[in-house]
Design a protein around this ligand. Structure first.
Ligand code: SF4
Length: 385
């Protein structure tokens, strides 16, 4: 089947079509509207990956669909399961680009961290994905298929998700540099006849593409916003996040203020701050951050403190737990809400800033985590690629 999918560029990927577009497509191939609705539910509500599984369709229609369209363009290449239950999926697009998606379970909610691009152009100094460079944008269908693959893997094809699903666009790539496909994918996923993931359960994280923050603020049904800041000082941020040279901190925070003005009572947005030991984690730097928020009168912002996730290829070390706590205390003493994000899936390179299509089958650690998966999958009769 995969050989056929490799010719996918000639076929329409129906997973990336809205219901209206499916109706149009079915009209083009001489089929009635209700078939489009059936297929939309098959793809997004029942989460069927193959047309052959849509047994409520006549066989002749399934054959016709296979000739004219595809429902699957991603292949799971590897899957790793962390000791904390986090799962990292390394997938490939039909044209061979890596895509990573991470499932993060907690007792009360599940979160899927998905990729909006393969690789990333932004060169943040503390991020492994930057080392991949930019490969290409994900299509809307590829973004959605990542979610479907993960949900089916965790819960079984089409089964209910016990806590609903939260999505974060924090995998590979800068989501606002693939704005149209991202918003299109989120719109399709919010359809109540499909995945029904409402915008309130979605968070989009940007490194600071300022014009797109204004566009995002203007959307009618809008997900939550997170802005990756990591320094309140232009000189340091230029080094850590070179996008700062294009849109410096004051311009970024002016856009954040415009976004804040659109929030309803009780709604908030987030600044993410990756804490790098001895680089941006001093008490003075916490004060500087509080000063900055005060200067821009950002009253609905909260700070997510993310202890850096180390990697051999990066020249940074995490802050000590004591310094992370102190940084938080300084912010709180200035009236700023701050939270410490517990790292998840560090052992399988699934944590924040660690995604780099890592598939080191020679490493003992990676072999161990992959073997666990292989045993599970074999028991379920599924073969990993
Ligand atoms: S932190 Fe995000 S925006 Fe920056 S290089 Fe990594 S993936 Fe790209």
């Amino acid at each position: 089947m995969w050989d056929k999918i490799l010719n996918v560029s000639e076929l329409r990927h129906l997973t990336g079509c809205s219901r209206a577009e499916l109706v149009e497509f079915f009209g083009e191939i001489g089929e009635p509207r209700f078939r489009a609705d059936q297929v939309f539910r098959g793809l997004h509500d029942r989460r069927l990956i193959n047309f052959d599984e849509m047994t409520d369709l006549p066989k002749s229609l399934r054959e016709k669909l296979k000739e004219n369209a595809t429902s699957s363009v991603l292949r799971v290449e590897s899957k790793y399961t962390s000791i904390d239950g986090t799962r990292r999926f390394l997938m490939r697009t039909a044209d061979g680009n890596p895509v990573e998606t991470v499932f993060i379970p907690t007792e009360s909610r599940d979160t899927i961290c998905f990729s909006s691009q393969s690789g990333c152009a932004l060169k943040c100094d503390f991020c492994l994905t930057a080392k991949l460079g930019f490969l290409r944008n994900m299509t809307a269908g590829e973004i959605i298929e990542q979610i479907i693959i993960v949900l089916n893997d965790v819960y079984g094809i089409g089964n209910e998700t016990p806590h609903g699903t939260n999505l974060v666009a924090m995998g590979e790539g800068e989501p606002f540099l693939n704005f149209d496909n991202l918003i299109r994918a989120l719109d399709i996923m919010s359809d109540e006849n499909g995945l029904n993931i409402v915008p309130g359960r979605v968070t989009v994280s940007t490194a600071g593409i300022v014009p797109k923050i204004y566009d995002f603020a203007a959307l009618e049904r809008r997900p939550n916003l997170a802005i990756s800041l990591s320094s309140a000082n232009d000189e340091l941020r230029n080094k850590l996040m070179p996008i700062n040279k294009r849109w410096p901190i004051d311009e970024l925070l002016a856009a954040a203020k415009a976004f804040e003005k659109t929030l309803k009572r009780g709604e908030r947005f987030t600044f993410e701050y990756v804490l790098l030991g001895g680089v941006n984690d001093s008490d003075e730097q916490a004060e500087e951050l509080a000063d900055l928020l005060e200067k821009h009168r950002l009253r609905k912002a909260k700070i997510n403190l993310i202890p850096h996730n180390p990697a051999e290829q990066l020249d940074y070390r995490p802050s000590t737990p004591e310094q992370v706590k102190r940084f938080k205390q300084v912010l709180e003493s200035r009236g700023v809400s701050a939270y410490i994000r517990t790292p998840r899936g560090r052992d399988i390179y699934a944590a924040c800033g660690q995604l780099a299509a890592m598939d080191d089958s020679k490493s003992d650690a990676f072999r161990r985590f992959r073997e666990v998966v292989s045993t599970e999958e074999t028991a379920k009769g599924v073969t990993l690629a």
